[in-house]
Design a protein around this ligand. Sequence first.
Ligand code: B4P
Length: 187
Amino acid sequence: MQLILFGPPGIGKGTQSALLVERLGLKHVSTGDLLRGAIRGGTALGQQAKAFIDAGRLVPGALVRGIANERLAEIGYDNVILDGYPRTVEQAEWVDEDFAAAGHPITVVVSITGDNEVIVERLAARGRPDDAPDIVRKRLAVYAAETAPVEDHYRQAGLLVTVDGEGDVEEVYGRIVQAIESVLVER
Ligand code: B4P
């Protein structure tokens, strides 16, 4: 199964990915983690990405596609969970293309939804530099303008399921697994 976990910043994509990796044995590709790794490693890409992340903006798509595909070339395109990628319709088209070319098309897209205020509160509690409330509001505005249209892209492709991201971690996990099962049974 090739799964995309989609949703606004701080809705719990990273948290739920960790559980899906541990319990379903999927391989994890988080573009946020990869970009933060590049920043820590002091690479040229990391230096370019840092200014965008600190400002709550999206990192240019070509850089993200490059870093994601580098990782996918190492681990393979099968049985993966894409966490926070794609984040624009252009990225979604690349993902569709790259996974189809590898012979492992996207199976299902789980969109996790939730209230903006819950998100701002959760992220303020985590305290990463880009989690300051004013930066989070900027990230939410970027999400509405650039990332939310990805949902329609996958709805039209018949791959989208929506899950409520509020409630405790296990409750949300249960909803995600149920949603994935319902899609797989229908096919
Ligand atoms: P990401 O690293 O993807 O970060 P995120 O969207 O903030 O986090 P996520 O939804 O995974 O939240 P988490 O589970 O950690 O992106 C960071 C930045 O990188 C972006 O802003 C952008 O600049 C750049 N970037 C990444 N991918 C890109 C792309 N494809 N294109 C362009 N730019 C890109 O949860 C957050 C907090 O909530 C945690 O503290 C967690 O413990 C808590 N939490 C989770 N679930 C909870 C629950 N059910 N109840 C209570 N708390 C919960």
